[in-house]
Design a protein around this ligand. Structure first.
Ligand code: NDP
Length: 256
């Protein structure tokens, strides 16, 4: 018995990192997966990996900042699998810089992908959940919604907004029997962090060693660490959980 047997899951940003690990785990636990990403090659690779492991998935090209794409994603999923049980709003981008270092274009882009992307994808998908009076929405926030980190002003603003949106959405959707929660990871070693290291450190290897030293548990998180947290929230085991953050950050938020 899989923990998501019979469920249909949409995962945005599923071509890489946390989205990819969650897609693979969800399929292993019995979900049929609609895999959305802007990167077609990466998305199709994840779908092939799921198929090779005996799972069921398809790729839907989707830029979450484009409402035509998000509507097409929802429609394609329902046409193929006749329902949507789980929406994992995971797609996101980094923004490095203080106020002085952040130009207006970067601010707008980070807010568009990380915040408006969740609004548009939910707007497209939620009607199908409301119709069946069931669903789980999981929004990708970050522990940066709770902890001040230097030189992340656009990214922090976006993830704080995701956390606040999650609470508001949970209040709106409860009467439709739809749970809405947020995942708040710390530093997770994915291509996203590799990019950050390349942009922020003259020597990315030394940068990795430095951020690893800061971790209470002596290592960065893995995409699989986060995927297991998402699996719990998506499953019926979390039936009484809504309007809540699940912090998975190796102790960053809770300790000093
Ligand atoms: P990755 O960069 O490894 O994966 C993100 C995926 O989303 C990529 O395939 C990316 O494509 C895709 N993507 C980017 N923009 C869009 C868009 N507009 N529409 C659809 N897909 C898009 O990142 P992670 O797996 O590390 O991060 C996933 C989420 O987790 C993000 O929301 C991030 O903010 C959050 N997070 C990550 C943490 C970490 O330490 N890694 C910590 C806390 C939160 P492309 O590569 O082409 O841009």
């Amino acid at each position: 018995m899989g923990r998501l047997d019979g469920k249909v899951a949409i995962i945005t940003g599923g071509g890489s990192g946390i989205g990819r690990a969650t897609a693979l785990l969800s399929a292993r636990e019995g979900a049929r997966v609609a895999l959305a990403d802007v990167d077609r090659g990466a998305g199709e690779q994840t779908v092939s990996a799921i198929a090779a492991a005996g799972g069921e998935a398809f790729f839907s090209p989707c830029d979450v900042t484009n409402s035509a794409d998000t509507r097409q994603l929802a429609r394609a999923t329902v046409d193929r699998y006749h329902a949507v049980d789980i929406l994992f709003n995971n797609a996101g981008i980094a923004g490095v810089g203080s106020v002085e270092e952040t130009d207006e274009a970067l601010w707008d882009r980070v807010m568009a992908v990380n915040v408006k992307g969740i609004f548009l994808t939910t707007k497209a998908v939620a009607p199908y959940m409301i119709e069946r009076r069931r669903g789980v929405i999981i929004n990708m926030a970050s522990s940066i919604a709770f902890v001040g980190l230097a030189r992340r002003v656009s990214y922090a603003a976006s993830k704080g907004a995701v956390m606040a949106m999650t609470l508001s959405m949970a209040a709106d959707y409860a009467r439709h029997n739809i749970r809405v929660n947020a995942i708040c990871p710390g530093t997770i070693h994915t291509p996203f962090v590799d990019r950050y290291l390349r942009e922020s450190y003259a020597d990315p290897e030394a940068g990795l060693a430095e951020i690893t030293r800061r971790q209470l548990l002596g290592r960065l998180g893995t995409a699989e660490d986060v995927a297991h947290a998402v699996l719990y929230v998506a499953s019926d085991e979390a039936a009484f959980m809504t309007g809540a953050p699940l912090i998975i950050d190796g102790g960053l938020t809770g300790t000093k």
